[in-house]
Ligand binder design. Structure first.
Ligand code: SF4
Length: 454
């Protein structure tokens, strides 16, 4: 649906006089970060200026409910803003995203945080300007739950936070219902954006000087399953490959069960698709995977990972949940076995945290928390023991890399990521920033590499 909204101009008029500033606090995944850039675009189209945490008027919290700590973070920050709102009535608090997609959370906010002005869930971009205008200009709060999670808005203005790298959502929602995951309940069913809309967005980004694109979706390789005519993720990638100016294409996240050979072939033959694949494992034990509703076995996962590893210079990253309800020591050891066999360049590891409303939250869980922490530590150690072997292999080789800017820890060095998503630090000049250069790796360290532009 095209994004048309009369409240943009009305709010802009108001802001000519009042010059309100906005501040966005984003929690959770890259999909949320991408949404926040669109909310920033909408707010700037309404005449708001970007502010800082201590000098803004409109505070927008884009929330996450995948893990409990994001909830606690939100409620902690709301408590701090209450005081600010009492001191300056021109302070407005807006909560959007996955957390407010749950009625129980909306009720909690209404009861305990009555100073909040607007609550909206996911997919509510089309009514966002109206609700903001009403809260500020006509003093009408919006604190009701509206399920708009199946919306698909196009042409939403976006403010990217980087001049060379941009993210583009290609599919929203998820149909998989993994038993630990709340996403399908709060983000709706899978909706693929039309290929022509995606291509046109990326062409515009290329024209504006963007070099690297991250394609986003909860399950990118389900792309096109909801179209009447056959159009797959690998077909989309081949079209994006043709866009001049785009030099690096990344995507996140594919589901192992949908990773077909045609996609592997396209990656293998591509000059632009990054040599890094994120392949969420979650558990290395087939029984646990079944309880998680992941629809692949330990052996199928290893077979796929090994097939991908045949692509020269490929690196694999993954997500692992430790301590899923009922996970035994032997089952956990299967996870260690997969990690040892595949050898991941990056692992995002978490202790299982039950999410209300999911099937997993109703499963019996007898494993003490201390045992889960101990398993996480063992997994971390194994990962850190295998990583140097992978880094070492890169020394002496030359890789293409986008120079991102100065290193955060050393003002004399610059930084960027190889196609394998490895951070490299090197000497460069300010005019190299934004360029794609060849870099030879001189030495390896656990979390970064050192190199020289050649
Ligand atoms: S694929 Fe599974 S883990 Fe990923 S968003 Fe869907 S339900 Fe959640």
């Amino acid at each position: 649906m095209k994004f048309v909204n009369s409240y943009l101009a009305r709010m802009q008029d108001y802001n000519k006089e009042h010059k309100l500033k906005y501040y966005i606090d984003t929690m959770g995944c890259q999909m949320n970060e991408n949404d926040s850039m669109k909310y920033a675009g909408i707010l700037e189209s309404m005449g708001f200026e970007k502010g800082e945490e201590d000098n803004s008027n409109l505070y927008l919290f884009n929330t996450c409910c995948v893990r409990e700590n994001a909830e606690n973070t939100l409620f902690g920050r709301l408590g701090m803003l209450k005081k600010k709102k009492m001191q300056n009535p021109q302070t407005y608090i807006v909560i959007i995203g996955c957390l407010t997609q749950q009625q129980v959370m909306v009720d909690k906010i209404k009861k305990s945080y009555r100073f909040v002005d607007v609550i909206l869930g996911t997919g509510a971009m089309s009514i966002f300007p109206e609700k903001i205008y009403n809260a500020i200009v006509t003093n009408e709060k919006h604190l009701e739950y509206l399920d708009m999670s199946n919306a698909l808005d196009e042409d939403v203005p976006v403010v990217f936070d980087d001049k060379y790298k941009a993210s583009v959502s290609i599919i929203y929602g998820c149909n998989n219902f993994c038993t630990y995951c709340i996403v399908p309940y709060v983000r709706g069913r899978e909706r693929s954006r039309k290929p022509e809309d995606i291509i046109s967005d990326i062409q515009k980004l290329a024209k504006d000087g963007y070099k690297e694109i991250m394609l986003l979706g909860q399950n990118v390789n389900s792309y096109g399953n909801d179209f009447d005519e056959k159009y797959t993720f690998s077909m989309l990638l081949q079209e994006i490959e043709k866009i001049d100016g785009i030099e690096i294409i990344r995507f996140m996240s594919p589901h192992p069960k949908d990773f077909k050979d045609d996609l592997i072939e396209v990656i293998k033959n591509s000059k632009k698709i990054a040599r890094q694949i994120h392949l969420p494992l979650q558990s290395g034990n087939t029984e646990v995977l079944k309880k998680m509703n992941r629809k692949y076995t330990k052996e199928q996962y290893i077979e796929l990972a090994m097939k991908l590893k045949q692509i020269p210079d490929i690196s694999l990253s993954t997500d692992i949940i430790v301590g899923f309800p009922g996970e035994t020591e032997e089952q956990f050891e299967d996870t260690l076995d997969v990690v040892n066999t595949v050898k991941f360049d990056q692992i995002y590891m978490f202790i299982y945290s039950p999410r209300e409303g999911t099937v997993g939250a109703r499963m019996e869980d007898n494993t003490p928390y201390s045992q889960k922490v101990e398993r996480l530590e063992r997994l971390k150690k194994l990962y850190e023991d295998t990583l140097p072997q992978l880094n070492e292999k890169m020394v002496g080789k030359t890789y293409k890399l986008l120079v991102e800017g100065k290193s955060k820890t050393n003002d004399n060095l610059y930084t960027g990521r190889t196609s394998q998503n490895k951070v490299v630090v090197f000497e460069a000049n300010e005019e190299d920033v934004g360029k794609v250069v060849n870099i030879k790796i001189d030495s390896d360290h656990l979390w970064y590499l050192k190199g020289t532009i050649v």
